[in-house]
Design a protein around this ligand. Structure first.
Ligand code: SF4
Ligand code: SF4
Length: 398
């Protein structure tokens, strides 16, 4: 196992972290966990050098924390940093903080959580966090020794990410990032920005929910023709480990084979470890995926700012993700991202460019700036038809 810097924290973290959101399932159960198989693979990961385990109140409808608590008995608790999250969506009043944390400590069979996160922060949860004084509660819990460090996981747009990062002296942040998602959510800019402030950046969805594990045939040809031997998953993971800003990469591992393969990948990982040919392969894979995408936007941001407040790359990133994603749940959550963008002048923030595609006034100012020569206003009309009015993709991209 390789170990890396955890932002400004005084400990080294394994390149691979164990995400406990896709543990082995019980037979005939949608979300129920097979406890003995889960305990076995979690301990196997730790035996192979993993020292960072991540769970949350919601994972497996609460069973994940309980099973992880069991897995960390018999001396395993001392071998890892244990991370879980306050379920922000369920928090209604300030006192809820103590109720959840108390229950989570019981579930996890520990008296201290190494990093406690605000779960799935977006602009709405961020405002609630401030309104209810939850940072104060975090700091109080820290003084009491119930948690050691404070962070947040993130699902919103890049301007919101910067806003949250700038609000507090965070120890870590957990973002969605992979070689396809460099331009959505926190984006590469957010990754670099958080790192520049000494905040440990933990990566989730490194394989884009499995999408990058099953490349289209054209991408497989590129993989097979490379002189470097990597599986599709390994290519995706090495892309992340190559970046100095990344602390650890979480993988939601559901069987022994995944644990063994990912630990083997982590063994030969490192910052700046990819050679030029390998970087070119990943760039080619991303390019092929993008060809499958509806709008060839690379999220370079050259077209921004839009005078009407449209977040042009964000709109296209959501549309493309919907097009590529095969998982219905993730399609649904991605589509919700569009609803969070502003649809009228009453809600949009010119400074942060949070407008959805319908805000485009067809001024044409972005056109000559786009190196991909995308007819941006035309594509935005289609984007809104699909994401705003729920029209079929095939109607606009036959
Ligand atoms: S054409 Fe639309 S998206 Fe482009 S700058 Fe004008 S308003 Fe913004
Ligand atoms: S300039 Fe073109 S490629 Fe770059 S972010 Fe804007 S639309 Fe996307």
């Amino acid at each position: 196992m390789q170990y890396r810097k955890m932002g400004s924290l005084e400990w080294e973290v394994s390149a691979l972290g164990f995400g406990c959101m896709r543990l082995p399932a019980r037979k005939f159960s949608l979300m129920g966990v097979d406890t003995s198989r889960s305990v076995k693979i979690i301990r196997s990961g730790i035996d192979q050098g993993i020292n960072y385990v991540d769970t949350a109140w919601f994972y497996h409808l609460g069973e994940s924390e309980k099973v992880l608590g069991q897995a960390l008995q018999d001396g395993y608790r001392d071998k890892v940093k244990l991370v879980t999250k306050l379920p922000m969506i369920l928090v209604r009043k300030t006192e809820d903080f103590d109720r959840f944390l108390k229950d989570q400590l019981v579930r996890l069979q520990t008296d201290c959580i190494d990093i406690y996160l605000f779960h799935a922060m977006n602009i709405g949860q961020f405002e609630k966090m401030k309104r209810l004084g939850l940072i104060d509660k975090m700091e109080e819990a820290k003084r009491q020794g119930r948690i050691r460090h404070i962070g947040f996981s993130f699902h919103d747009t890049q301007p919101v990410f910067r806003k949250i990062i700038d609000y507090y002296d965070w120890d870590m942040t957990q973002i969605q990032y992979n070689y396809m998602d460099t331009g959505i959510q926190a984006t590469t800019d957010g990754l670099e920005y958080a790192h520049s402030k000494g905040i440990a950046v933990v990566i989730m969805e490194p394989i884009k929910g499995g999408t990058l594990a099953n490349p289209p045939e054209k991408a497989m040809e590129v993989i097979r023709s490379s002189s470097s031997r990597h599986t599709p998953v390994d290519w995706a993971l090495q892309f992340l480990w190559n970046r100095p800003e990344v602390a650890t990469v979480l993988s939601g591992m559901g069987n022994q084979q995944m644990v063994d393969e990912n630990c083997a990948s982590a063994d030969h990982s490192g910052v700046d470890s990819l050679n030029q040919e390998e970087e070119a392969v990943i760039a080619r894979l991303a390019e092929i995926y993008r060809q499958k995408l509806l709008v060839p936007c690379t999220a370079c941001g050259y077209c921004m700012p839009c005078p009407a407040g449209v977040n042009i790359p964000q709109n296209f990133a959501i549309l493309n993700t919907i097009s590529l994603e095969t998982n219905r749940w993730r399609r649904w959550t991605t589509a919700r991202g569009y609803k969070k963008l502003a649809a009228s002048k009453d809600h949009f923030d010119r400074e942060k460019s949070n407008g959805n595609a319908s805000m485009c006034v067809d001024c044409g100012k972005c056109l000559e700036k786009c190196p991909q020569e995308i007819d941006i206003p035309v594509e935005l009309v289609k984007t809104h038809a699909i994401l705003g009015r729920q029209e079929a993709i095939s109607k606009h991209y036959p």
